[in-house]
Design a protein around this ligand. Structure first.
Ligand SMILES: C[S@@+](CC[C@H](N)C(=O)[O-])C[C@H]1O[C@@H](n2cnc3c(N)ncnc32)[C@H](O)[C@@H]1O
Length: 294
């Protein structure tokens, strides 16, 4: 047993589980999970993923000290606070991300977007499904590289998962993850950790405070959000079926300013759905209309 698990509570160390402990979902259990995941988070769990889902939920069931799948499902069904459902979405999605992932998007941001909305115009950008924060920080650093003392950027970063949002807001990363960043970004944007934080870097406090982190489930109404000049929603729609993607893209369109950009993941595409966006190049779309000069 790892030290981390042993430290979490004496109960778990007192009741050692067999090495291969795991649950197997019946077809009915899988349908139950599938429906919850779809209704609450838009996740489209494909048939054939039973083993993968069983493996992911086993850890949750074991760590919560539940007797098995039935007790777990009952807990989800009477989940008044929504906490168990929030854990479910964490268990069923991956949070893989990296700094400057799909780098061409950041080139486009620097070369095209900043030209469409020249300083001092406000520039509102939303990183939807920001995971552990590498995406919104990459956006911030790209804009700051071009405009070092910029005050005009308003940056929103949201995710459905609280643990990843907390990690984003803390801005702490293993030094390894900074490899390959442009020269100068390390000292300019990060503090190096010392002592017990050796091997880690932290985004400087004044930069962390430039980003508004919030929990947003993309399946829920977005009434509280402003309009944006750019929306990044990359490697998130991959979890959704066509109908959900279409609904979401239509919401993004209504949140975009005329001439605003939508960036999606390179492995995603809007070919199969109806939308009113103009295709510019792989994974970059634009809302028709001229950017307003405000
Ligand atoms: C693979 S990460 C993508 C991170 C980043 N955008 C990138 O491309 O590197 C997918 C993120 O989507 C989030 N997500 C999944 N379903 C969501 C939903 N219904 N609403 C909001 N975020 C969701 C997950 O929590 C996860 O952090």
């Amino acid at each position: 047993m790892s030290a981390a698990i042993a430290e979490r509570g004496s109960q778990k160390t007192e009741q050692p589980q067999p090495k291969e402990w795991g649950v197997t979902l019946s077809a009915a259990d899988f349908s139950h999970i599938r429906k919850l995941a779809y209704d609450h988070f838009g996740l489209d769990l494909k048939q054939g993923k039973e083993a993968q889902v069983s493996a992911r939920l086993s850890k949750r069931i074991r760590d919560a000290g539940l007797s098995g799948v039935k007790e777990y499902l009952a807990r989800l069904d009477r989940d008044a606070s929504g906490e168990a459902l929030r854990e479910l979405v964490d268990d069923l999605t991956t949070h893989y991300t990296s700094f400057l992932r799909e780098r061409e998007h950041f080139d486009w941001l620097r070369e095209r977007v900043l030209a469409d909305w020249p300083s001092p115009q406000q520039l509102r950008i939303w990183s939807a499904g920001c995971s552990t924060g590498e995406e919104p920080y990459s956006i911030l650093f790209t804009v700051m590289d071009a405009e070092p003392s910029t005050k005009r950027l308003e940056l929103f970063a949201t995710d459905v998962s609280r643990p990843v949002l907390e990690s984003s807001a803390s801005g702490v990363y293993e030094e390894e993850r900074l490899k390959g960043l442009p020269p100068g970004w390390g000292p300019r944007y990060f503090q190096k950790g010392h002592g017990r934080w050796a091997g880690f870097c932290r985004v400087k406090a004044d930069l962390r405070s430039r980003i508004r982190f919030d929990r947003v489930n993309l399946m829920e109404p977005m009434g509280g959000l402003p309009s944006f000049h750019v929306i990044f929603c990359r490697n998130v729609m991959i979890y959704f079926d066509r109908a959900t993607q279409e609904r979401l893209v239509s919401q993004f369109v209504s949140r975009l300013e005329p001439g605003g950009y939508l960036f999606i993941g390179h492995s995603e595409g809007l070919m199969a759905i109806n939308h009113s966006l103009e295709f510019l190049k792989a994974a970059i779309y634009r809302k028709p209309g001229r950017p307003s000069r405000r």
